[in-house]
Design a protein around this ligand. Structure first.
Ligand SMILES: [Zn+2]
Length: 164
């Protein structure tokens, strides 16, 4: 990527050097990330951060991270140009609000699922009970103890649903 920047710089100045009206050196730190055909990218970061700050920030980073740094700086700068008051914080806080709303909706939906599962457990218990009652009524007392065990098991299942 740097080789490409150098070759380009040798022929014509990068977008940064063109805007700053300076000679684009062989080792120009901007050249790999601000090609001459995309002048708006550098114009934005220059307006918001200042060329010398961008230069300093890039110099302080290892080369493999500079491309990402430029992308995020361009994004931040464009957001600041669009929204001079909040910049990219406007986008972040609006997304944060969406996250809060969606988390509330998710919590409500999860609570509803738990309620429905508990209701289902109770309803299936109701369906199970009549034959049990018939069985206990018709034969011995031990059958009703089975029915009691069943009730306790279902209640435990409901509790474990709440805890997870
Ligand atoms: Zn340059």
């Amino acid at each position: 990527m740097k080789e490409g920047g150098r070759k380009q710089g040798a022929m014509s100045p990068c977008a940064a050097c063109k805007l700053l009206r300076r000679r684009c050196a062989q080792d120009c730190v901007f050249a790999p990330y601000f090609p001459a055909n995309q002048p708006q990218k550098f114009a934005s970061v220059h307006k918001v951060f200042g060329a010398s700050n961008v230069n300093k920030m890039l110099q302080e980073l290892p080369e493999q991270q500079r491309g990402d740094a430029v992308k995020s700086m361009v994004y931040e700068a464009n957001a600041r140009v669009r929204d001079p008051v909040y910049g990219c914080v406007g986008a972040i806080s609006s997304l944060q609000q969406q996250v809060d709303v969606l988390q509330t909706q998710l919590a409500l939906a999860q609570a509803e699922v738990v309620h429905m599962k508990m209701h289902q457990a109770t309803t299936s218990l109701d369906h199970d009970q009549p034959p049990m009652h018939v069985a206990s009524n018709s034969s011995s007392q031990t059958k009703s103890f089975f029915a009691m065990d069943l009730v306790v098991d279902k209640a435990n299942m409901g509790e474990s649903l709440w805890s997870c």
